[in-house]
Design a protein around this ligand. Sequence first.
Ligand SMILES: [Zn+2]
Length: 796
Amino acid sequence: KGKYPLLFCTSHKNAVGEDDILGGDEVKAQVIEFNLIKFKLLDEDIYLVAATLRPETLFGVTNVWVNPEADYVLVKVDGEKWIISEKAAFKLSYQDRKIEIVEKFKGEKLIGRKVYSPLDNRELLVLPAPFVDPNNASGIVYSVPAHAPYDWAALVDLKRNPEEAEKYGISASEIEAIQPISIIEIAGYSEYPAKDACEKHEVESQTDYEKLDRATEEIYKAEFYNGVLKDNCGEFAGYRISDVKDKVIEEFRSRGFLDVMYEVTALKKPVICRCGGEVIAAILPDQWFIDYSNERWKQLARECLANMAIIPEFHRRLFEYTIEWLRERPCARKRGIGTKLPFDPEWIIESLSDSTIYMAFYTVIHQIKRHRIKADQLTESFWDYVLLGKGDREKVSKETGIPPKTLDKLRLHFEYWYPVDLRHTAPPHITNHLTFFIFHHAAIFDEDKWPRAISINAIVSGREGRKMSKSYGNIIPLADVSRKYSTDLYRLYISSDADIKTEMDWREARVAATAKNLQRFWETAIKIIELPNGKGRVNRIIDKWLTSKLNTKIKNATEHIENFEIRSAIFKTLNESLEEIEKYFSYIEATRSSPNARLLKRYIETVTRMLAPVIPHVCEELWHRMGHKRTIVKAKWPSPDESRINVELEKAFDQVENLISDVDEIIKVTGKKFKKLYVYVAAEWKYKLLNAISRIYEEEGSLNPRILMPRLMKDEQFRRYGKQVSKIISEICKRGELWKYCGRDLEYKILKMLRSYIAKRLQLEKVYVVYEEKARYDPKGKAAQSMPGRAALYLE
Ligand SMILES: [Zn+2]
């Protein structure tokens, strides 16, 4: 409990968290500390109070800026007379200050007056500057034209238009007399870095806000890290600013002219509360905080995070950063919904500060309900016993009136479920909820109950290329989704159109394509379910291929699911399955055999089980049509039978498809009509050669003709084909890898078996498959070009 600055809504008079701010986490509202420098007016006991983030620049002050149009006030602040903007006085009244307004006036009244520089009592002019924002900090700034781009630009403006000052009785010569004072030495910049930055960013005037903001940020960073204070900076001369800044503040404070004020920074200002009120920085008396700055606690959080999986891994850095950066966080408010603060029931815990270990509650709430345990029985010792295993069972039972057996049951349920295996949510929660989740688990539980993993899903952020936003009216209310698209289609679309790393753009055309796919899956499944268990001749090799494909699919999809590659898993289970089934029927038809209904049914049943998490309703319906009585929810995820995976066979079938697309390409390019295709399967020695190359590649780890050639030429069977071998090697080395091929006889067998399938796909009359050495008809001498896995082709 204490006094710390926090975000505060001036309308509903409460501390606000990210959840209360319009625009939420994305606004990145934060409280920052400004230094206030008090400049005493000549001959009066009144201070003009200027705000700065760079108090060390006070050594280079040349004048003070005030916005002539803005509203200012003379106020008594804790008994001292200050001049600040009216807005600043309002804000300070929330920052544990006693504020008493004496007089209100426009800024112009101050212009032309003089103040003392607090460091050396030089007399400084108060000058007009439209860039000064009365809504930011004190609404008054002091000018350091050598090092602050805004000040440089404002001074140039005024020298260019001296009549702006003459209006207030200030002569042009007085303005001309103002010279920048260089106080920071920095490599790569001239005496006046602000001038350099203004020129670089092509600043035209003090109202070029965007350019000036960029120039300011650049100079601020450069000078902070690399700037060294010059001899005119008293005891701080020769020091780097980053090393000495805190000491400067301490010194100025002890000399009585430095004070502080808190202000809100954000990507978008003003920061507005969801109630419509403006959010400012406030210091409330007796505010409750959670002190995340505690080093021992931070260390536990670091350890917890280090042992967790973060998916995708690249988010880990933001977690690490947030753990370091979190300090005292206001955790309670006087209004709103939430849990009462146990130490002070007048306060209610703010929602994000409260959402830390509620997953533990999920593990037992059903039992609490079942045993009709009342809220007032859920005492601290009850939770200590159930969640931490602490305390004496009989004692807790006596205190709460809950039977010991029931207490043990609850404890058992908690032990069964905990730790949290995975917390899945969206990126904006990293810097608050998820980091609190880590902190609090690490603080409360033993290490074996610390969470294991967090996965973070990028969101659906756009629609048809435009950002999705309530204000554009292009959001899709979740309630409309099931009516307009159906739940399964929606689920399938959002999980297959992008992976969890990438933000998604909602596109109706792609939704429609997904719907088509879903429809195709339904129809294919129904067709297979209704297939009679026929007795026709079953083609063993095609069945073996489909069986192999199915088991490969289970293996790959399982790996994808375990790695959170949901999109790839769906591609394997849905898109590829549809293709495989279609091919299977074509192969069966081309070989004049019958489909193996039992195999197909097993195939579609397995795929249905794998798709059930994504499209549960469609799969549940299919499941029952398959004759199952229980829900698919209870069906197990399939496991692959690796002994049924036949990589060679899959390659042989892939070669057929590759061959078809190659020939298709040739037909398209030539534009001719062909009737016959001759396919030449390579000679035996070429398979041996590729096998030998593959072995050498494995040994050497690279493909180098200077290593390959001499080694292969030692072998009599390759020496005979020296020239051809050299050509093959140079081609492989150029590719940098070997292509896929299977055994020669298998290649021949599958090509020959599917020759009428190939003919049909390519609209040819006849396809001949022959071995290279047996090629009697080879008018263009193509057969010699054949390679393993890449049969030579001749069309006529
Ligand atoms: Zn509010």
